[in-house]
Write a protein that binds this ligand. Structure first.
Ligand SMILES: Nc1nc2c(c(=O)[nH]1)N[C@H]1C(S)=C(S)[C@@H](COP(=O)(O)O)O[C@H]1N2
Ligand SMILES: [Mo]
Length: 409
């Protein structure tokens, strides 16, 4: 018997297959789950519940980013939230029997909660929170950095619903020696070894105890998509998304900086002091990434637009700044010689991205680039070109550029 959830995702998949094929799949209800119609199989792989417009960077593990023009919504639709898997997501998740364990050296009383208990014993909260992979923008690094070659689309800002991590930690009791929390998920290591942890990262207690630090089960009022952590995940807005543990099974309250896989070495760490491109950086000179830097996207129009030179063009997008807010967004069409200030909205709540819009006029027909540059509440602006090179290619917050051709008719 298929449960409601997998039935629903099956129907969603069937719907997207039909859309891709441009035709109704007449006997679709008999299509075995997981079998990709051969007409599409030839074109490669597609991700369940995801917009076919996502750019797939890898299919094992699944990694896919969203092109900027598909991130135009103020609240990111589930189908357009990027996917960054380090291992293989759990299959056949049974939400009725899902449990979350809280343990660690610094927990007063280790406890286990069922998903149902989490949903009923704590106050439900919803926040729109920006998550961005620490490696978003890696493709531009020179010398190149290995790993997924993300361009601009490993970011999104959906509305999450769940409970406060702090409430759950407090229900167990946090001892004075608590320093960090670390998560464990139910995904499997690519090697297939069930004892090998895929990734286990975390945040200092100060971030864990913030009002917006969540354990979430819903995204835009629906169950989390399978690829984004169904049935339960952490969401830590503004920090590298690698701290937002998916398929959440266990949280340890640690008496030290969490030391799970991908906390040390060169993972999600950058040189504490800036280094020359290509430098060999000793491990002990690497520091853990915390709040993400200020950044923005132009989500309309799509790069490559052809527009009438005598008509103004409306532009829009989003801007975000880790733990901070965005103070201003400016746009330039003359390669940064002059800037025009865009209209910037307030965030839906702390740690949500902000929307900007403006109109530009073209002095004459020809090729233009539109550049957008955001400045955070501390006065730090996005660099025009690639910022601090680092061995694994994290934190590229250079300005987003799009091409527009203005033509006379
Ligand atoms: N259990 C688990 N949690 C995880 C990961 C993972 O591979 N396994 N990937 C992390 C990384 S590196 C990122 S960028 C985000 C991506 O979240 P998303 O796939 O929902 O966009 O999940 C994080 N949480
Ligand atoms: Mo990531």
């Amino acid at each position: 018997m298929v449960d409601k959830r997998s039935r629903r995702s099956f129907l969603a998949t069937l719907g997207s297959y039909s859309a891709l094929l441009g035709a109704d799949i007449v006997f679709g209800k008999f299509l075995p789950t997981g079998l990709v119609p051969v007409a599409l199989a030839d074109e490669g792989f597609s991700i369940p519940d995801k917009d076919p417009g996502l750019l797939i960077l890898n299919d094992r593990p699944v990694n896919a980013e969203c092109p900027p023009h598909l991130l135009d919504d103020t609240v990111t639709p589930a189908s357009r939230l990027f996917v960054r898997n380090n291992g293989i997501p759990p299959s056949n998740v049974d939400p009725e029997n899902w449990q979350l364990e809280i343990d660690g050296e610094a927990v007063a009383t280790a406890r286990v909660f069922t998903l149902q208990q989490l949903k009923t014993q704590f106050e439900t909260v919803s926040y729109q929170l920006t998550i961005e992979c620490g490696g978003n923008g890696r493709a531009e690094f020179d010398p190149p950095a290995r790993g997924n070659q993300w361009t601009t689309g490993a970011v999104g800002c959906p509305r999450w619903t769940g409970i406060r991590l702090a409430d759950v930690l407090n229900a167990c009791g946090v001892k004075d020696n608590a320093q960090y929390i670390g998560y464990y998920g139910a995904d499997t290591h690519l090697s297939g070894n069930p004892d090998k942890v895929v990734i286990s990262r975390g945040v200092p207690m100060s971030k864990a105890m913030e009002a917006e630090s969540m354990i979430a089960w819903a995204l835009n009022d629906e169950d989390l998509p399978v690829m984004n952590g169904y049935p339960l995940r952490m969401v830590m807005g503004g920090w590298p998304a690698s701290v937002s543990g998916k398929w959440l099974r266990r949280i340890s309250i640690r008496d030290r900086i969490h030391d799970g896989p991908k906390m040390g070495g060169y993972s999600y760490r950058v040189p504490c002091e800036s280094v020359a491109p290509g430098a060999d950086v000793p491990e002990q000179d690497m520091c853990i990434i915390e709040s993400m830097p200020v950044k923005s996207l132009v989500t309309f129009p799509k790069s490559g637009l052809v527009h009438r030179a005598d008509k103004s063009l409306a532009l829009r997008g989003h801007a975000w700044a880790g733990d901070f807010s965005v103070k201003a967004v400016d746009v330039s069409i003359d390669f940064g010689q002059t800037w025009q200030t865009a209209n910037l909205s307030k965030p839906a709540n702390r740690l949500a991205w902000q929307h900007w819009k403006t109109q530009i006029e073209f002095p004459r027909s020809g090729y233009y680039e539109v550049w957008a540059r955001a400045t955070d509440s501390e006065g730090r602006a996005q660099p025009m070109v690639l910022p601090g090179w680092n061995p694994r290619g994290y934190l590229n917050n250079a300005c987003h550029r799009i091409a527009v051709k203005a033509i006379s008719t």
